[in-house]
Design a protein. Structure first.
Length: 313
C-alpha cells in the first residue's frame, strides 16, 4: 500500500526509511506520477486551509492581502501574524476571546523566547491556526450566522467548507474528524487532494484565484520567517505550497503541475524534498528550489549524511 519515499542516510548507512504515498498531476489534470496508493483516503490536516479560506470568502468575509493569506496559512506566531489576526477580528467587531482554537506557544523560536522573557504564556492568538479561526468568525459575522458554534460540522460555514473542498477535489470529502485546532476535518484521497491543489493555481478568477494570489503575494503569512513553505513559494514564483500535520503536503506550480504527499509515519522532514522530486518528474522546473530538497543529517553539529528521496522499492 505504501512506498519507500525517502531514506535517512548517516555516514553511508541507511538509518531510517519514510514510507508513504505521492500523487502528482500533469497540467492537463492527468495522473502523471503515483507512488503508493493514491486513491486511499487520508486526513489532509492543514493542507485544507486554503479551501477553508475560500469558503470564508464565499460567505462574505472581507478578506484580502495579508489577511487572506493568513486565513489560508499555518502561521508561526510572530508579532506580525498576531497583528493581522487581531485586525481580522477587530473588523468583525470581535476580540481574541472569540477564538476557539486552543492556546499555544508560537512556533517561531525567537518569538517564543521573547514571550518567555516577558513573562507571558500560551495564547489562542499565537496558535498557528488562529488566522483561519479569525477568518471563520469574520465569515459568520458577514453572513449573519452564529459565532458560538462555528466549529460544529453542521454549522452553515462548515457545510460551505465541505462543499468547497469537494468541488476542488472532485470527490465527496469523508470521513469527518476533528483537527488539532478543533475545526472539522474532512478526509480526501491523495489524488483528490492533488486535484484541489491544482485548482488553486489554475483558477482564472473567483475566490480560488483570490486565495492563490494572496498566498503567492504574502507567503510569510502562510507560514513564517524561514519556514520551508514560505521559501518554497518565494523560490518558485506563482506556486503554492501548504503543509499539514502528520506528514501531509500539497504543492503546485504556476503551470499547473500539482502534488500531494502523505508520509505515513507523520514526519514532515522529507515532504518538501519528496514533493520537489515529484514535480520535477512531472516536467516542472524546480531548479530555483533545489536547496530546499537537501535535508542534511547531522553528527556533532556537522552534516554527515542526508535524507535521500528514493525512486521506489
Amino acid at each position: 500500500m505504501y512506498d519507500v519515499l525517502a531514506e535517512v542516510v548517516r555516514n553511508g548507512f541507511v538509518e531510517s526509511r519514510h514510507y508513504g504515498s505521492v500523487a502528482g498531476l500533469a497540467p492537463d489534470g492527468t495522473l502523471g506520477y503515483a507512488r503508493g496508493d493514491v486513491h486511499a483516503t487520508v486526513l489532509p490536516r492543514s493542507t485544507t486551509k486554503p479551501f477553508q479560506a475560500l469558503a470564508c470568502l464565499a460567505a462574505g468575509a472581507p478578506l484580502a492581502g495579508e489577511h487572506l493569506a493568513i486565513a489560508a496559512g499555518s502561521h508561526t506566531g510572530e508579532d506580525f501574524h498576531v497583528a493581522a489576526t487581531a485586525a481580522i477580528l477587530a473588523a468583525a467587531g470581535l476580540g481574541a476571546d472569540a477564538l476557539q482554537c486552543p492556546p499555544a506557544w508560537p512556533e517561531d523560536a525567537p518569538t517564543r523566547a521573547a514571550l518567555i522573557r516577558a513573562g507571558e504564556g500560551e495564547s489562542r492568538i499565537r496558535m498557528n491556526c488562529s488566522g483561519k479561526h479569525a477568518a471563520m468568525l469574520a465569515a459568520c459575522v458577514a453572513a449573519g450566522w452564529p459565532t458560538g458554534d462555528y466549529l460544529d460540522p453542521g454549522h452553515p460555514l462548515q457545510r460551505g467548507v465541505r462543499a468547497a473542498l469537494g468541488d476542488a477535489a472532485g470527490e465527496e470529502p469523508a470521513p469527518v474528524a476533528v483537527d488539532g485546532c478543533g475545526a472539522p476535518l474532512f478526509g480526501l484521497t491523495l489524488a483528490g487532494l492533488a486535484r484541489a491543489a491544482q485548482s488553486l493555481v489554475l483558477a482564472a478568477g473567483g475566490p480560488g484565484r483570490a486565495v492563490a494570489d494572496a498566498m503567492r503575494a504574502h507567503p510569510e503569512y502562510v507560514a513564517g520567517t524561514g519556514h520551508v513553505n514560505t521559501e518554497f513559494m518565494r523560490a518558485l514564483p506563482g506556486s503554492v505550497a501548504k503543509g499539514g500535520a502528520e506528514g501531509v503536503l500539497i504543492a503546485a506550480t504556476a503551470q499547473g503541475h500539482a502534488v500531494a504527499v502523505k508520509v505515513i509515519d507523520g514526519s514532515p522532514r522529507a515532504t518538501t524534498a519528496i514533493a520537489l522530486r515529484a514535480l520535477a518528474a512531472l516536467g516542472a522546473d524546480t531548479t530555483p528550489a533545489e536547496p530546499l530538497g537537501t535535508v542534511p543529517v547531522l553528527g556533532g553539529g556537522r552534516p554527515v549524511g542526508e535524507i535521500r528521496v528514493t525512486e521506489g522499492k
